[in-house]
Design a protein around this ligand. Structure first.
Ligand SMILES: [Zn+2]
Ligand SMILES: [Zn+2]
Length: 241
């Protein structure tokens, strides 16, 4: 929901630490040859400005929930600046949802000037320029989600259960990003922080960052409780691999 949530409810729990202000989760991956966006939530416009994202070659969408795709309309300005369409990959359900929710962007009656995305279902591993991309399928309660391994970086948000075959694909990553909603109690569709820590331990990843925390999770005191190789991420955290 972002922190604080719409309406400012729960703001009283937010201290002055800016790391407790959270926009909806997204990641920007840069390599020598590629600029890749993972998810485009409702704050994508603001995130793109503050992180100075000037070019996007590829968009990867994890799943159909609006906190991960509501910002797709704002990719328009990149179409104009780059003078062309942007390829997007997601699950079949993700692609179907984009097509129906943003119906004005596609088909015969495409609205002039609207965002120009080339939608692709990701059916297996692919290489995009200097990045090897492996889809990571896992469960998010009632639906399935697709995270991504990009070279030695694995990104999995909105996780509830990870099947063994996906864990095998993640192993060997240098950095993993994993969602952890809150400390307690357990949640029907999201891992809570202690469960995410257990997965990080099991997969033996050198460094794991947790994302998608709610407004009850305080950055500094949480990180003190966590092992040094599992820490909460914060907005605009930069990782070099
Ligand atoms: Zn979700
Ligand atoms: Zn989410």
């Amino acid at each position: 929901m972002g922190v604080p949530v719409a309406g400012g409810f729960g703001r009283e729990r937010i201290n002055q630490d800016p790391r407790n202000q959270r926009y909806r989760c997204s990641a920007w991956v840069r390599s020598k040859e590629a600029s890749i966006l993972i998810d485009a939530g409702p704050e994508f416009r603001l995130q793109s400005i503050r992180s100075n994202i000037r070019h996007i070659d590829l968009v990867l969408i994890t799943h159909e929930h609006m906190d991960h795709m509501a910002g797709l309309d704002d990719l328009r300005s990149y179409n104009y600046a780059q003078n062309g369409p942007i390829p997007l990959y997601s699950t079949k359900k993700g692609i179907d949802s984009i097509r129906s929710r943003f119906d004005y962007m596609f088909g015969e009656n495409r609205y002039p000037g609207s965002t120009d995305l080339v939608l692709n279902e990701m059916t297996g591993p692919m290489t995009f320029r200097d990045i090897d991309i492996t889809p990571l399928h896992y469960n998010h309660g009632a639906i399935d989600v697709m995270g991504f391994r990009l070279n030695d970086f694995s990104y999995m948000t909105d996780v509830k259960q990870i099947p063994e075959r996906t864990k095998e694909l993640v192993k060997g990553s240098k950095v993993m990003v994993l969602s952890g909603l809150r400390w307690s109690p357990p949640h029907a569709t999201h891992l809570i922080i202690p469960e995410a820590v257990e997965i990080a331990r099991e997969l033996d990843i050198p460094m794991t960052y947790l994302i998608h925390m709610n407004s009850y999770v305080d950055h500094e005191s949480s990180n003190k409780k966590l092992p040094s190789n599992v820490q909460l991420a914060y907005d605009q955290l930069e990782i070099e691999i």
